[in-house]
Each structure stands twice: as C-alpha cells, then as structure tokens.
Design a protein around this ligand. Structure first.
Ligand code: SF4
Length: 290
C-alpha cells in the first residue's frame, strides 16, 4: 500500500472515531503522509531488528587503546573475554598458587584427565610480572609435568634471557593443564573446563604483561580466528592486561625466518614491561643482553 493510501486510511479512521472534530483536509493528509514510514523503511527497520545478535554465553568486549608510555600501540578490535564463573568451587577461593594446585591437580573435568601422564600446572615465581601462556602440554611436558621443556622450551628460555628475564622470575602456564592426544588442538569443551584455572592463576599472579605463544593460544584466548601476520606486533588486552602474541617456539624451530619478527615481539614485551613498571620499580627495568 502506498504512503498516500495509508495516510488517507488513517485519516478516514480518525474521522469515524471523532465525528465532531473539524474535517481533516487534504493538507492534513499530506502532512500525515509525510509522517507515515514507507513500507520499505518499515521492512528495513524490521530487518535491522531481526539482525540484532542473540545473547551468547561468551561476552565480548571491544579493545580500547591503553596508555603505555614510550610504547607504540596499535590495537585491533579483538578482545573477547568469557564471563567469569560465580564462586562455586573451593579452588576458586584459593589464596595462593600452591593451594590452587592442591585443589586442581587431580582434576578429571574433561577426558584429558584420563589420558595425561602428568598434570602440568605451571612453573615460575609467584611474584612474576611477566606471564607466558602457551596452548597445552606436549609430549615432553606431559612426561615432566612442566610447561615448555624440550627444544621449544629451551628456545623460549633463550629468547627471554636475551631481554634479561630468567625462567625463575617469570611464570609459564598453558591454557590446558593436560596434554591433548597427539598434540591436537584443544576442543572448545576442554577450554571451557580448563581456562578458568588459568584465570585464577592470572588473578593470583597479577602480571604486568602477558606473552602468548602461538596462533592456537591466541585464538583460544581471544575466541577469534586471526592470522599471526595481523595479530603479532600489537598490544592487545586479555583480561585487561597488555598481551603480546608471537610465534610458538616450536614453529620458530621449523621456520627460522620467523625468528626476526619474533625477536621484535620479544623486544615489544620488554618495552611494554619497562613502561609499566618504571614509575614504581625503576630498578626492575630490563635491557637487551649484550
Ligand atoms: S585439561 Fe583441564 S579440565 Fe581437563 S582434566 Fe586436565 S585439568 Fe581438568
């Protein structure tokens, strides 16, 4: 129906309902016609309404730039943070990493509990200001119960030593605490069960900077498909903590040409860390090892 006809119908209806009012004129009809939304615009509005996103379990947040002095920051729109669980379990109240470990090291919340050799909680200083996050334990980690051991772990240690961080002063953890068979990618069910343990570790550690290793870790943390080319070299926010993503050391062993950009990312970690601690603890500042 045309806008004109809609306007005329409305006027006729009004006239019937208010017979004693003065008669509506063609000018009124024109005025009303101009206020009646066209069928197309109604359809458009209806379409927009039906396109509104439905509520999701995952709560998304848009990353906003943070102020980090002397550090050039480019933030893609990327951060996704899953809603925090309400306190339901004893481990969620753990006041220290040791107590957290004692609560969760026998976890069987997903199928990986039955296939693991060792539970890989994490390693390092409880006072660490730099937290390194990987994806999940591999074969060697599963045997030793410690993240980032073996050749990839040795390379990570060397990369961090190059900016004067020792393994003892940082903290290293994975998103999953148990090894997926054949090092396959974690499933979303496994991440749902296990990632809250990492959140608790972050809450207890309160790191200044996070270094996330590998595309799978990045996608698991941020719940988005990304490419390493686009995501590396930036400072993102994971749980409001500046987070830098770079290549997994195992990938660097297979692709030595990626070592240069990875080294740039490691230096960005150092500059970000220095910028954030220099006002409170200038003596903690790091430099590139000569
Ligand atoms: S992977 Fe995580 S959730 Fe699954 S059994 Fe191991 S500790 Fe528990």
């Amino acid at each position: 129906m045309s806008k004109k006809k809609v306007a005329e119908s409305v006027l006729a209806l009004l006239q019937r309902q208010q017979p004693h009012s003065s008669k509506f004129t063609s000018t009124d009809s024109t005025l009303l016609e101009n206020t009646v939304p066209s069928v197309q615009s109604v359809r458009k509005l209806t379409k927009q309404k039906t396109q509104e996103p439905t509520a999701e379990v995952v709560q998304t947040q848009t990353v906003t730039p943070i102020e980090v002095p002397k550090v050039s920051i480019t933030l893609p729109t990327i951060e996704t943070v899953k809603a925090e669980p309400t306190i339901q379990h004893e481990w969620q109240k753990a006041p220290t990493l040791d107590i957290l470990y004692s609560h969760i090291h026998t976890c069987m919340n997903c199928s990986l509990g039955a296939t693991r050799l060792r539970f890989v909680f994490g390693v390092g200083s409880p006072n660490a200001k730099l937290l390194v996050i990987g994806e999940a334990p591999g074969e060697e980690e599963d045997k030793q119960g410690e993240p980032f051991v073996g050749r990839a772990g040795q390379l990570l240690t060397k990369m961090l030593e190059a900016i004067n961080f020792t393994r003892e002063e940082i903290y290293i953890a994975n998103i999953l605490k148990c090894r997926p068979p054949k090092n396959r990618r974690p499933t979303s069910e496994e991440v749902v069960e296990c990632e809250p343990y990492l959140w608790k570790q972050i809450e207890l550690l309160q790191p200044v900077v996070i270094l996330a290793l590998g595309l799978t870790a990045a996608e698991t943390l941020f719940k988005q498909k990304v490419t390493m080319k686009d995501i590396r070299g930036n400072i993102l926010l994971y749980k409001k903590i500046p987070t830098i993503i770079t290549y997994h050391p195992a990938a660097l062993l297979r692709n030595p040409e990626w070592k240069k950009p990875a080294w740039e990312d490691i230096q960005l970690v150092m500059r970000t860390y220095n910028s954030l601690i220099e006002k409170t603890n200038p003596e903690w500042k790091k430099t590139i090892k000569q």
